[in-house]
Design a protein around this ligand. Structure first.
Ligand SMILES: [Zn+2]
Length: 461
């Protein structure tokens, strides 16, 4: 698939989507918006549940209270960022980084449906019949929201695949019983049908819609995909593409995902098997149509994702590895190792990848504690790295938390965006090779050799 144009914006294939979760968290999430200029035209994934204050949630921002008074999601984000900078002063002034115009980005909206399902279930007093009616209303509200704000692309609303329960939810007997009784397959089918009916009635619907695929085994993943195609046929409607869900984590997955595949020792490559296999299954059924792999954009996944047929993917790992760092650690970044208290946790810096001139860096890909990064490690030349002269300066910004919290936040965003731009760079590099074999042979290292070993098996099963 070649680069595509979405609402006059270019979307390279493949593309890595940066996850913006302001409204679903504070602190670092706030600064993701403030320094968005550094990630330039990298496309963005937003979560509807976090930006829609109709749903009461923990980190909701009052700046989103009137989000529907805007006609474009980019304008809403520009407004929120301006408030954060001028009212909350969450900005490291010395950085001189100008706010970004979010209208330049391709923005994909995901529903965050697992949170909405919990919300609606409670609202219906865990009555399944009431839930079935209500959840469709919420789905329609979601589409109306995306349309009003002219979001570029939207993931179709469905119940999601896997559910994780927070401590209080694991003890909620009513909620647990509700989930056990919920016929997810039936309701997802109903939601897909209602989605198609809605879209046929709203011919001018602005966002490009991706139908969501789920399934706990390769067999069920394929069947779900075929069911979507059947619905498309019977309604004479075609989705723009597909969003592949439930394949981001290999934890507790059905062993049949590995049937016929001999796994290498390299753990990073092993973990890339699940998304690659799911992508390959869907690609074989739907042909050359747009496919986004939800949550699957972790760095080692990217080559297989692409050559198996994904058009795009997202991951929050760059932000998460930066979020690993706590305030306590900032006092010890230049201290002897023996002086560091066990509770001090450092943010992690992305190593490996490519320099700005596409040459491969010497280190193998990994996220390493900033403390352990050599002060003389050459920077990669990306827009985030260009804000500093060396690693020592980055550590210095990181260390000043006690006097200037914004300096610490800024250091973390430089690390976050450096990692994001490395993901973007890898997308550019793979897209210039026709085959996985050519790419891996030209950039031969242990990870790429292990990935090629898996890839050859996936495409030949
Ligand atoms: Zn960099």
């Amino acid at each position: 698939m070649n680069n595509i144009t979405i609402h006059n914006k270019t979307l390279p294939i493949p593309s890595f989507f940066q996850v913006f979760n302001y409204g679903g968290g504070a602190g670092d999430k706030t600064r993701e918006l403030v320094y968005a200029r550094l990630s330039g035209d990298t496309p963005a994934l937003l979560n509807y549940y976090y930006i829609n204050n109709e749903y009461t949630h923990l980190f909701q921002s009052s700046y989103f209270n009137n989000i529907l008074s805007f006609n474009k999601i980019g304008d809403a984000l520009n407004y929120v960022t301006e408030q954060i900078i001028t009212k909350d002063c969450c900005f490291y002034k010395e950085s001189n980084i100008k706010p970004y115009d979010f209208n330049q980005k391709v923005i994909l909206l995901d529903s965050g449906s697992s949170n909405i399902v919990k919300y609606v279930a409670k609202d219906c007093n865990y009555d399944i019949e009431k839930f079935k009616i209500k959840i469709i209303e919420h789905a329609i509200n979601y589409y109306n929201f995306a349309n009003k704000l002219k979001v570029d692309m939207v993931v179709a609303f469905d119940l999601g695949g896997k559910y994780t329960f927070k401590d209080d939810e694991a003890n909620n007997i009513e909620l647990q019983n509700f989930y056990r009784q919920l016929n997810k397959k039936e309701i997802n089918h109903l939601l897909l049908e209602e989605t198609i009916k809605y879209l046929k009635q709203n011919q001018g619907f602005y966002p490009y819609v991706l139908a969501t695929v789920h399934g706990d085994t390769p067999h069920n993943y394929g069947n779900y995909t075929k069911e979507i195609l059947k619905l498309e046929n019977s309604f004479n409607y075609q989705f723009f593409g597909f969003a592949l869900g439930g394949i981001a984590s290999s934890k507790n997955i059905d062993s049949s995902w590995y049937d016929g595949i001999k796994l290498p020792k390299n753990k990073k490559a092993k973990d890339a098997t699940l998304p690659a296999r799911a992508i390959n299954i869907v690609r074989r059924i739907v042909g050359n149509r747009y496919m986004h792999a939800l949550g699957c954009g972790g760095y080692p996944n990217i080559p297989m994702n692409y050559y198996c047929g994904a058009s795009s993917f997202d991951a929050a790992s760059p932000a998460r590895r930066v979020g690993d760092g706590n305030g306590l650690s900032t006092s010890y970044i230049f201290s002897p190792r023996a002086a560091i208290p066990p509770k001090a946790k450092f943010s992690k810096y992305f190593v490996g990848g490519y320099n700005v001139d596409n040459s491969m860096r010497k280190e193998n890909f990994d996220y390493i504690s900033l403390y352990d990064i050599d002060n003389n490690l050459p920077l990669c030349g990306c827009d985030a790295c260009n804000q500093i002269k060396d690693i020592t300066e980055l550590k210095l910004l990181y260390s000043q938390q006690a006097n200037n919290a914004e300096s610490f936040y800024y250091a973390k965003q430089l690390m976050n965006i450096h990692a994001i731009l490395q993901h973007k760079k890898l997308c550019q590099v793979v897209s210039s090779y026709n085959t996985m074999k050519d790419f891996c042979n030209n950039y031969s290292n242990e990870l790429n050799r292990a990935l090629l070993f898996i890839y050859n098996q996936i495409v030949s099963t």
